[in-house]
Design a protein around this ligand. Sequence first.
Ligand SMILES: Cc1ncc(COP(=O)(O)O)c(C=O)c1O
Length: 487
Amino acid sequence: MLRPWKVSLGERIDASRDTPIYLQITQALIRDIESGRLPPGSFLPSSRELATALSVNRKTVVLAYEDLISQGWLSSESTRGTMVSSLLPGSQRRDNPVAEAEASPCADYRFEAGPTRPLAIPDGKGLKIDEGTPDGRLLPPDLLNRAYRAAILLTSRENRLQYRDPRGSERLREAVAAMLRSERGLRVTARNICITRGSQNGIFLASQILLRPGNAVAVEELTYEPAVAAFRACAAEVVSVRLDREGIDVEHLERACRRHPVRAVFLTPHHQFPTTVSLRPERRLRVLDLARQFGFAVIEDDYDHEFHFDSQPLLPMAAYAPAQVIYVGSLSKLLLPALRIGYLAAPEEVIDAIAHRVSLTDGMGNGLTEEAAAELIENGELRRHARKVRQIYASRRETFADALASELGPIVDYAIPDGGLAFWLRFHRPADLARIEATAPAMGLRFASSRSFATHDKAASGLRFGFASLTPHEARAALRCIRQAAG
Ligand SMILES: Cc1ncc(COP(=O)(O)O)c(C=O)c1O
C-alpha cells in the first residue's frame, strides 16, 4: 500500500474565490495526480481528516471525492478508504511549475510575429483620438434592435440558424453584391462575395490564400499596421515602397517587383491610410499593368468607401480589373466596428478558396448579425443612415479644419481630406511631436503612436486624427490638449 499523501491543499483553497470550495479541492487533487505528486494507487486522507485540515465542512470534501470517483480519477476501496485510481498512468512530469511553463509548446508561439503595437488604444478616462472610426452615438440603438428582431423572427421561422455556408448569409451576399454593382461599379454576384468578420479578417483571409513563406508583399512605407502584421503572420517578406503626396510611387514599386518575389500589393487607394490621399487614376492603371506583368494580386482595402465629401469617389480598382484585385470592404465605418461585418469580392474560385479558410477557422461567421445587416440594407435604413452621418461628418470635417488651423496651424502641415474620417497631421518640428507623445497621455489624451504607421525607421511620422467620432466640442478640447502638450 502506498504511503498516505501529505495534505498540502491548504494554501490552494481560498474561500474568497468565485469557484466553489468543493471544486477547488477537486481541481487541486487532479492537478496533484497529473503532476505525479499523487501517484496511482496512493491513498487519500479520510474525508473527515481532510475537512479538518482544510477547515471546511466534511460534506464539501465528500462531494469532491464523489465527483472524482464518478469521473474515474479516484476509486473507493470499501473499508480501506479512497485512493487514486490504479488504472491511471503514472506521471512523467516533475512538479515544477516554472519548468512546466518553459517546456510548454505554447511558449514557442507566444510572441510569434508578435504585436508591434498595443492591441488597442486603451479604454479609460479622457479623450480618445482614434484613427478614423464612426461616432457610435449617431446610430440609434432602436435601428439595430429592429433589424436583429426581424432577423431572429425570419431565420427562426425558416430554421436558418444552423451550420451553413462559410461564405456567409446568402441574403447578405446578394445585398452586398447588389450594392457593389449599383454604387461602386463592380461586376459581381453573390458567388463573388464572402462575408468576413470585418475587413481585418478579410485581409487576413486574402493573405492566407495568396502568400506562402518567402513570398513578398509590397506595402506603402506608411500603411495600416494590422495588415502588415497579417502578412508577417504568413511568413511573407514585407517590402516597403515609397509614398509621396499622391500615393504609392509606382516606379519604386516596379523596382521592388524586379528584386523581390512580390505576390501581393496592399493598397488603400480610396483614401491612403494614414495620409488620406486618393490614388490618382494614372497610378492605379500603372499598378494594374505591373500586376499583370509580375503576376501579383492587389489587395484593395476600401475600408471607408462611404465617406467622400467633395466629389464623387473614384471607382474601386476592382471595378475595372476584377481578375487582378481582391476587394475588401466593411460596414465598420458606416455602422459600427463591433458588428464585425466585412466582405471580400473576388473571382469565384478565389472566394471558394477563401471560404475554405473560413471553414477552417470560425466555420461560418455570425449568421444572426449577417441577417440583421441584410435587413438594414434591404429596408433602406443603411442608406438613410449613410446620408445622415455623411452630412454630420462633412460638417465635423469643416469645424475640425477650422479648429485645427487655430489651435495647431503654426506647427503642423496637413491637407483637408476629400473624404474618409481622419486628418493626417505632420509636425514641422519632430521635437514637437515627441513632446506631444510624451506628455499628452498624462493630460488624458489617448492615441496610437506616430510610429505605428511606419514600415521602416526613416518613414515620415505623423498623427492620424479621427475627427468623426468626436463632437466639435470634444475635437477642439483634444486639439487644445495637443497644443498644450507641444509646449
Ligand atoms: C485601413 C483599414 N483597414 C482595415 C481596417 C479594419 O476595419 P474592420 O476590420 O473593422 O472592418 C481599418 C480600421 O480602422 C482600417 O483603418
